[in-house]
Design a protein around this ligand. Structure first.
Ligand SMILES: C[S@@+](CC[C@H](N)C(=O)[O-])C[C@H]1O[C@@H](n2cnc3c(N)ncnc32)[C@H](O)[C@@H]1O
Length: 204
């Protein structure tokens, strides 16, 4: 097991859902950006580094029916499945490191909240972008949320790369056209505030 996998398995086997800084009851910004990307009930949507996030619950409730959640931690996905119950059977759950994964399908919408920013190594970022390029259909949407330039320097005890729209666009390269950008002040379960930025791109 890689150090990365061990880290995240430890997090999700020792902490409850509401004991992690990134917990959100309502993933409102993600939902809005997915809706504004033009998603419909049959759009193939993948949540990269989805963990135990409630985004999949919200997407199911909103009628989106072709959902995939990928995470490096099997424990995170098991927690999400247990919470969702029978409806989890309609979701494709993938345990993988996104930088080493071979996409089995193509997706209309790629969503990532707070996974990409852990890639501090340029080779890992290049591996991520290569998968993004092969996995998203032309005209599809890419939604990535990371810590903003004035956000924390670490997350879950690990260093992160902070972005604004310009630096994220430059990192993804010219195959992705910036469509929308916003910031969000995320309130952690213990009342501190973390500055995020979210961008929505169109795959050319
Ligand atoms: C800060 S959490 C965010 C979880 C979720 N996106 C949310 O908003 O609640 C980061 C997530 O990314 C996952 N992750 C970290 N590195 C990863 C990688 N290389 N491949 C896949 N998942 C990864 C972790 O297991 C964790 O669930």
């Amino acid at each position: 097991m890689s150090d990365r996998t061990t880290h995240w398995q430890t997090v999700y086997t020792t902490k409850a859902e509401t004991e992690v800084s990134w917990y959100q009851d309502q993933p409102a910004t993600s939902l809005r950006l997915i809706r504004e990307a033009g998603a419909g009930p049959s759009s193939r949507i993948i949540d990269i580094g989805g963990g135990a996030s409630r985004l999949v619950d919200a997407l199911l409730a909103a009628g989106y029916g072709a959902l995939t959640v990928l995470d490096i931690s099997e424990a995170a996905l098991a927690a999400a499945r247990a919470r969702i119950g029978a409806a989890a059977a309609a979701v494709d759950w993938i345990t993988a490191d996104v930088t080493r994964w071979t996409p089995p399908a193509r997706y209309d919408i790629w969503h990532d909240r707070a996974a990409f920013h852990f890639l501090t190594d340029a080779d890992d970022r290049a591996a991520y972008v290569a998968r993004l390029r092969s996995a998203v259909v032309p005209g599809g949407a890419v939604i990535i949320g990371t810590f903003a330039l004035d956000g924390p320097e670490t997350c879950s005890g690990l260093p992160v790369v902070r972005y604004d729209a310009a630096s994220l666009a430059a990192t993804l390269g010219p195959a992705f056209e910036l469509q929308d950008a916003c910031t969000e002040a995320h309130g952690t379960p213990w009342g501190s505030v973390q500055q995020f930025q979210f961008c929505r791109f169109r795959a050319c």
